[in-house]
Design a protein around this ligand. Structure first.
Ligand SMILES: NC(=[NH2+])NCCC[C@H](N)C(=O)O
Length: 406
């Protein structure tokens, strides 16, 4: 049996391989009109954004972490003609065109492109004006959707690779996104899992699939130890999805406990990792604005669905599940309510641990970074003035594939 490839048994073990996406032309397709639908609050400046992203990647490489990119992995698998054909068909089907003639024309159009061009269109989208004006009979849907500028919608959130999938133990969860705007991203990961030899599909268990009904996003999944996972029950991740994945993990992996963390359902805290992350063996950073409202439930193996036990507090749940005498919560914002709320909006608690007690953060969150340092955490700051406009930080922008076991 070949050795497995994926391995993540903690949030903080030394990061060895990470999956990224360098922001590209998809960001230049954002217009004020479609910001909300595409889950953005602002229009970033792409040139600067790329520089910032390169800085983020280089910092990880300098610390001994290998970086994989979506484009490269897709380019590699799409060299195969059959895979390429299926991929093109799936993209076009995914775009809800609802016009068979146009779908056929789009498929033909894409088949005439090079692999690199196909990947570019799959990510950056296809504007109606970039499609040749072939004479065809218009369907009702063409009239109804005339204002919408794209045949293939852009994926400006792809650089938040965290949300698309999550490695738990030696298996992979290909997540089901809550919104249509991010749906196609998970299809890419499924293709990579199925066809990229590096992912060793034959021996890599799949914990969740993007075709499932209930939404589950990676920003809500925190692998705390080889036996414990925390999953946020949030705007994006449903209770039903948490039960489904937990039951599978209990059956087929080393995971024995899942802590479901109920957080308020609002845009500002769309995932658990926007308010709470692990920074060291017994240390977590938390946004004080939610500390009193979060609820924690401990899930363990049950017959058909997991057994659920409400816990007194998140701290108790963690202490108990991780078998620790004490847990330290480091409050973001340096003890000031207003600073905490402002810095939370700019992802101060969205830290990415690259080793125990070593985290990556945006330099703009000065107070929160300072507080982390006061608690003995090494803080590596990156530039993120443009990256942050998509409402995500270093943790959201990275999907760990391999971490060293602790
Ligand atoms: N893990 C995270 N917190 N990801 C942030 C994702 C932000 C993205 N604009 C979205 O709304 O989906």
């Amino acid at each position: 049996m070949p050795e497995r490839f994926l391995n993540v048994s903690s949030e903080i073990g030394k990061l060895k391989i990470v999956l990224l996406h360098r922001p590209g032309r998809e960001l230049e397709r954002l217009t004020p009109q479609y910001l909300q639908e595409l889950l953005f609050d602002d229009i970033p400046w792409l040139k600067k954004m790329k520089e910032e992203h390169d800085g983020f990647a280089k910092m990880m490489e300098d610390r001994g972490c290998q970086t994989y990119y979506y484009e490269t992995l897709l380019d590699e698998i799409l060299k195969d003609r059959t895979i390429r054909f299926n991929f093109i068909t799936d993209i076009v089907t995914n775009c809800n065109i609802k016009n068979v003639d146009l779908e056929r024309l789009l498929i033909e159009f894409l088949q005439g492109k090079t692999v690199e061009e196909i990947v570019e269109i799959a990510i950056a989208g296809l504007h109606k004006r970039d499609f040749p004006d072939i004479e065809r009979e218009l369907h009702l849907v063409d009239y109804i959707r005339r204002e919408y500028p794209f045949y293939i919608n852009p994926l400006p959130n792809l650089y938040f690779t965290r949300d698309i999938g999550a490695v738990i133990g030696e298996g992979l969860s290909i997540n089901k996104m809550k919104t249509a705007a991010r749906d196609r991203e998970t299809m890419f990961l499924k293709y990579i899992y199925q066809y990229h030899p590096t992912f060793k599909r034959e021996v890599t268990p799949l914990w969740y699939d993007y075709k499932e009904t209930h939404s589950l996003e990676g920003g809500d999944i925190l692998v705390l130890s080889p036996k414990v996972v925390a999953i946020g029950c949030s705007e994006r991740t449903s209770a039903a999805a948490i039960e489904t994945i937990s039951q599978r993990l209990f059956k087929e992996s080393n995971i024995e406990k899942v802590i479901a963390v109920e957080i308020p359902c609002t845009r500002a805290y769309m995932h658990l990792d926007t308010v709470f992350t692990m920074v060291d063996q017994d240390k977590f950073t938390i946004y004080p604005g939610i500390e009193d409202t979060v609820k924690a439930y401990e899930l363990t193996a049950g017959k058909m669905t997991p057994k659920v036990k409400p816990m007194d507090s998140l701290k108790d749940a963690l202490k108990n599940a991780l078998n620790l005498p004490a847990i330290k919560f480091i409050q973001s914002g340096g003890g000031d309510e207003i600073t905490a709320a402002r810095e939370q909006w700019n992802d101060s608690t969205n830290t990415l641990a690259i080793a125990p007690g070593v985290v990556v953060t945006y330099n703009r969150n000065e107070s929160s970074n300072e507080t982390l340092r006061q608690h003995g955490i090494e803080v590596i700051e990156i530039e993120g003035s443009e990256l942050v406009r998509g409402r995500g930080g270093p943790r959201c922008m990275s999907m760990p594939l391999v971490r060293e076991d602790l």
